[in-house]
Write a protein that binds this ligand. Structure first.
Ligand code: SAH
Ligand code: SF4
Length: 377
């Protein structure tokens, strides 16, 4: 972590102010927009047009909605707003990874990371401020949960990235934002309803229009919600497995005490996408001497046998005060070889953005839960 970091920090703007009483349309579904507009006697087809302006074209100003009358535009302006989250900090790593610290209306913060690659670009989206879970190797887990993100705050991360990458209208041909991973701060299946609403807009061909095959949701293993996610969203699934025995997983991923490995893997076998030859990714953080032996690798292959799967090994990313060391490159290679020999694709996730603490598990913001005495009544 001694590399120099390129901090841009210029593109900041304050969080939107909710004070003027206008409703923020960002995050509302097609139906909800239609209902909100019905109060102004706006016809349904107009609501569909406005939905398209907001999500497919990225417009934030009603004045730009040129197929609406001047009168309607000004009435909309009086009643509604289309606000992205604010940007508190904007940092770029030497490797091109970019991290935005977002400021929300109530003063809370969360992070979004864009990871450019030669042929695609992935946006790592947060679902909560902090996380209620406390995985032993994760920086986010040391931050007490402040709250779930609202649908507009989740879809707002994608909109904001598109603004900065200048990719409006929605890119039909793939550009720099091609893939979404729900792998930022928080456990997305503990904020399922809001994540679902945001992803439905992201996947809608008339909305942000990103195919569900290019959206991956990562979970630490909230077993009862995995089935729901498969049935309702059908996005790609990634499982933070990280260990092959319940003893070790109980220690690393404490949610395992509630839903142990056997139940987790049963939910994976039942995941509909897995039947469509769309493989489930098993994420496996490589911790020196903890979970990284060849015997562990063999056990991993035995456990996931029969599941269309690939294994994504994540070299442990250190953070201030973390108690683990990353496995050696030799141990990682040996582990990968065992997995490949068993017929699975094994990838090693190249750490990106380590210099700006943007890599997996390094995200943490200063938001803290307000003490009772400080909460507004
Ligand atoms: N909460 C969800 C998604 C966010 S974390 C989940 O746990 O799946 C994204 C991935 O990074 C998870 O697989 C997580 O276990 C992993 N991760 C967390 N801390 C890490 C660290 N310090 N180094 C490497 N990977 C880490
Ligand atoms: Fe939460 Fe995921 Fe971090 Fe675990 S790894 S503490 S579930 S964000």
């Amino acid at each position: 972590m001694n590399e120099p970091s390129a901090i841009i920090g210029t593109q900041t703007r304050p969080a939107p102010s909710p004070g003027d009483g206008r409703t923020n349309l960002l995050g509302l579904s097609r139906e909800e927009i239609s209902t909100a507009l019905a109060a102004l006697d706006v016809e349904r087809y107009r609501a569909d047009q406005i939905y398209g302006w907001i999500y497919a074209k990225g417009v934030t100003d009603f004045e730009a909605m040129t197929n609406l009358s001047k009168d309607l535009r000004s009435r909309l302006q009086d009643a509604f707003r289309i606000d992205r989250p604010g940007i508190t900090a904007d940092q770029q790593s030497v490797d091109g990874t970019r991290k935005w610290l977002l400021g929300f209306e109530d003063g809370n913060a969360a992070e979004t990371v864009h990871i450019p690659e030669a042929d695609r670009g992935t946006l790592c989206v947060s679902s909560q401020v902090g996380c209620t879970l406390t995985c032993a190797f994760c920086h986010t887990g040391t931050q007490r949960l402040v709250r779930n993100l609202e649908p507009g705050e989740i879809i707002g991360q994608i909109m904001l990235a598109r603004d900065h990458l200048e990719e409006w209208p929605s890119a039909k041909e793939e550009k720099r934002l091609t893939n979404i991973v729900m792998m930022g701060m928080g456990e997305p299946l503990y904020n399922y309803d809001n994540v679902k609403k945001a992803l439905e807009i992201a996947m809608d061909g008339d909305g942000v229009a990103i195919s569900k095959r290019r959206i991956t949701l990562s979970t630490s293993g909230v077993v009862p919600m995995i089935e729901k996610c498969g049935a309702e969203l059908g996005v790609m699934l990634a499982i933070s497995l990280h260990a092959v025995t319940d003893d070790v997983r109980d220690m690393l991923v404490p949610i395992n005490k509630k839903w142990p490995i056997k139940e987790l893997l049963a939910a994976c076998r039942a995941y509909p996408a897995a039947k469509n030859a769309r493989r489930i990714t098993f994420e496996y953080v490589m911790l020196d001497g903890v979970n990284d032996s060849e015997a562990d690798a063999r056990e991993l292959c035995r456990l996931i046998k029969g599941i269309p799967a690939k294994v994504n090994m994540i070299p442990f990313n250190p953070w201030p005060g973390s108690a683990f060391e990353c496995s050696s490159p030799e141990a990682i290679k040996k582990f990968a070889r065992v997995v490949e020999k068993a017929g699975y694709v094994a990838t090693v996730r190249t750490p990106r953005g380590r210099d700006i603490l943007a890599a997996c598990g390094q995200l943490k913001t200063e938001s803290e839960r307000l003490r009772k005495s400080e909460r507004p009544n």
